[in-house]
Design a protein around this ligand. Sequence first.
Ligand code: FES
Ligand SMILES: [Fe+2]
Length: 453
Amino acid sequence: MKQNKSAQDFPRDLPDWPQQNLRGHRLEGYRYTSREFAEQEWENIWTKVWLLLGREDEMPNPGDWQQEEVGRESILMVRQAGGSIKAFYNVCQHRGQRLVSEEKGHVRRFVCPYHSWAWNTDGTLDFVQDPNDFPEGNPCGKLLLEEVRCEAFAGFIWINMDSDCVSLQEYLGPVWDDWAVYGIEKWKRYVAKTTIAPVNWKVVMDNFNESYHVNTVHRPTGADVEKLRIHSGVDTSYTTTRFDMADEGHARMIMLGGYGGPAIDKTGVIGEPLAGILREWELDPADFAGRGEDTREALQKARRQHGPNRGYDYFNHLNDSQLTDAYHYTLFPNFAVSLWVDGFHFLRARPHPTDPERCIFDNWWYAPAPAAATEPVRTTAGLVERDATVEHEVFEAGTQSMGLTIDQDMAIFPAQQMGMRSQGYRGSYLSGQESRVSRLHELIDDYIAGEKF
Ligand code: FES
Ligand SMILES: [Fe+2]
C-alpha cells in the first residue's frame, strides 16, 4: 500500500518496491500470548528464514568463534583456517551438551565440558576418551557437528536452519541493493545493549513497523517544543513519509530530514542535536532560525562537499535523500534498522527459549569511523570517541537504560502485553500507516500455512 507520496521529494534513482495487497485482518491477543502459536512460529518461521546472528569482525582470526541464541537453539559461528565462516548447532553429538556457553572466544578445538570430546573448528571430531570402547566404532572420523547454512552480508553473519532455503541475497531482495552502497561491513559497533523484555517478540517488532506512536510516545516534553509537529526536521506525518513493502516480506519507510531528537522550538530556534550536527558540517544554526526545514538541503550540500574528505567515501554512492533522511527498514521477521547517513541503528527481537511473553531485545549502533581520530561518533548513547571499545551489556528490562528513545518505547510495551491477555480485547483496528504491522502478521500466517518460500 502506498500513501500520499510527494514523488518530487525523492530521488528518481531509488526504485519503487512493488505494491502489496493486504488482507487487513484483526490481530488478536492470542498471537502474543499463546504457547501453541509460538510453537507454530518456531516450526514454520524461525527454523525456515534467514536470521542475522553474528558479526564478521568479531571473529578476525581462524579459531575465533561467536555464539548467539535464537529461541531454543544456540548457534556457534567459527572462523575457518581458510578464512571462511561456518555455523553449527552448539551441541555435542555425544550426549547433547552445549559446547560453549560464552558469547565469543578463540579455540584450537572445541572441547566438550562433559566428557572432553574435542571437535575441530571445521566440525570434525578429533578426539574422544577411550575410543576403543564404542560398540558402534570409534566416533572420530565418523561424527560431525551439525552444520547450519550461513552467509555474510553488510559484515553480518546470517544463518538459516533450513538447508533447502533460498540464497541470502534472494531472501533480502531489494534491501540488499539499498544497503550494499554504504560499506556497512566496515562500520564499527559503538553501542551494544541487550535486554530481556517481558513481552512477545512481535510487540517489539510491531512498534518498529509503525511511526503512528511517535507523536505520543516520543513527544518532546519541554514546553517550547511540545506543540511542534516537526522535531529536529523529522516530519513524522504519514502524508510526507514514504512506505514500501517488498515481495520478500521486508519493509522500508523513508522520513524526510530525520536527524533524531527534538531540536526546533516554537520560535524557530534550532537546538540540539540538530544545531551540533549543523556545526559539524560547518553550518551555523543561527542562519536557519525560523526555517528549520531548510537545514535538510543545506546539510545535503555540505555532506556532499565535505564527506569524502572526512573519510566518508561512500557518500559519493548515496543520493541526496540518503544524505539526510531517515531510512527505516524492517526485515522479516525480527530485525529493524534505522539506516542514517552515518549510523546503523540495529534493533532485533529474538524469541525467548520457552516463554512466549518474553523476548531478547537488542539495541546496537554501528557507525563508520571518521578519518580523524579526534572526531567523535554520534550514537544513541551520545557522542562516543572514535576508537572507543564497546562491551556488550546484557540486563533485565528496566534495570539499565537502552537509550532515551528505546526506553520510551519500552515503557509502553509491558502494559500492551498485559492488554493482549484481556478477554475484553477484540483485536487490532489498524490505520493505513500501520500497514507494515498488517504485513508482518500476514506473512507470519503465510509461513505458518506453508505458503512462503
Ligand atoms: S556430551 Fe559432549 S563429550 Fe559427552
Ligand atoms: Fe518508538
